[in-house]
Design a protein around this ligand. Structure first.
Ligand code: UDP
Length: 412
């Protein structure tokens, strides 16, 4: 287990984006929890939405007075092959889960659970990767409350994969989902829905000054990106659920109407996701040598920020999406998003007001909706204003913090 150090941002830093009443409720809940010790555990320090969330939440928990640690599991690629297969099966895709894989899972989760020496009041285990630690932790720390924070879509799980995790889930005290559909029909401990959030002060989302914009533009131009022509972008891990091939297909249709249109895929490789290189190769092969399609990996946060701002439309062609932080990230930058009507995406896009929702296999609709926005600047600007206001109200880190504090008050 590797304990992470985080930024020293304070709650006051968010005063300008948080209304007075919400700030007052945060302070009041945090005062009632003063001295509480909380540990969050996940499986990667960088890449993917969970790492993104924890790096912004942990500092504000701490600053509010809840003593919060973040531990990242120590694990090998073999373990991550198992947990990605588990993740895929839980989201309904056929994937193996052999006895040998189960044994790997058990030994790595037990080892990580035994690496925790301090006693916490509450331990939050994120996703299936860390869930198995409960087996050892409940015996070692009988007075601790355990929460399973499930970030994935559990609406149509493969039975064998659900059977493998469900006893562990039942040993936790509480489950947190990103959507009220996700645990439906499964006999689980009490659960709460908490939407994830973005951090408006993080390098990924803060405003960029003129010299930073210039630097990002120059850097991208050096890899043959043209900052003066229309751009559509999808930011996501290279992952079978994210639908990059469908986005490429939609781009091809649009390129007949907009010959200088560029498509950018930004896809970092998360340490706990071994599928990245395989899917990257598949997309690169299909993109062939189209000079207007750019596949970028492991870009700095300010580059992702720049591309989300500079894009005329952001696409999110997922087939499943637990939440999809990238949607709020783009909307916050006043960029309209055309996304699949799955999982957390419709929670964020107001269809016809901040972007459009399309069915996940409907490439024609994806192209047509994107074309409408590319062709109508006034519409795009109006969508941008609406998207920014939505995120400000519903998807920033301070709302998220308050809901966690309220949950802790209820279960401690
Ligand atoms: N991300 C990134 N660089 C990339 C790809 C993704 O920084 O090349 C970030 C993205 O900006 C977002 C997170 O990774 O903050 C992805 O979270 P999301 O909830 O969209 O999806 P997940 O990866 O958790 O399925």
């Amino acid at each position: 287990m590797q304990f992470q150090s985080v930024s020293d941002r304070s709650l006051d830093d968010y005063a300008s984006v948080t209304d007075h009443d919400r700030m007052r409720r945060i302070r009041s809940a945090a005062d009632r929890l003063a001295g509480l010790r909380v540990l969050h555990v996940n499986s990667t320090a960088t890449g993917g939405g969970v790492a993104e969330l924890l790096s912004s939440l942990v500092p504000v928990f701490d600053d509010a007075g809840v003593d919060t640690d973040w531990g990242v599991m120590d694990a090998s690629t073999e373990f991550f092959e198992v947990t990605k297969s588990l993740h895929n099966g839980l989201q309904g895709r056929r994937s193996p889960l052999t006895d040998e894989m189960k044994a790997t899972y058990r030994s790595v989760t037990d080892r990580n659970a035994n690496a925790i020496s301090d006693e916490y009041d509450i331990v939050v285990l994120h996703d299936p990767q860390s869930l198995g630690m409960i087996d050892t932790l409940v015996d070692r720390f009988p007075d601790t409350r355990f929460v399973w924070r499930c970030h994935i879509d559990l609406t149509a799980p493969t039975e064998s994969h659900l059977d493998f995790v469900v006893d562990d889930v039942r040993r936790t005290d509480h489950v947190v989902f990103s959507h009220d559909e996700y645990g439906r029909g499964i006999d689980l401990p009490p659960s709460t829905v908490i939407y994830p959030s973005i951090d408006p002060l993080a390098a990924k989302n803060r405003s960029l000054d003129r010299s930073e914009l210039r630097a990002e533009r120059d850097r991208l131009e050096s890899i043959s990106f043209d900052a003066d022509t229309p751009v559509i972008t999808q930011v996501s891990r290279f992952d079978p659920w994210k639908g990059q091939l469908g986005a490429l297909e939609a781009y091809r249709r649009l390129a007949t109407t907009f010959p200088d249109l560029q498509l950018v895929f930004v896809g970092g490789m998360a340490a706990d996701d071994p599928e990245g290189p395989r899917i990257f190769d598949r997309v690169a092969t299909r993109a062939a040598d189209d000079p207007d399609v750019h596949l970028l990996t492991n870009q700095p946060d300010t580059t992702v920020n720049f591309l989300q701002r500079r894009s005329d439309v952001v696409l999110q062609k997922s087939r499943r999406e637990g939440f999809g932080l990238i949607v709020s990230e783009a909307l916050w930058k006043r960029t309209p998003v055309v996304g699949s009507n799955v999982g957390g995406i419709p929670l964020q896009i107001d269809d016809g007001e901040s972007g459009y929702l399309v069915e996940p296999d409907d490439v024609d609709a994806l192209a047509a909706r994107t074309e409408r926005l590319l062709a109508d600047e006034a519409l795009s600007t109006a969508f941008g204003h609406h998207g920014r206001a939505t995120v400000r109200d519903r998807f920033l880190v301070t709302r998220h913090l308050l809901e966690w504090l309220e949950l802790f008050l209820a279960i401690r």
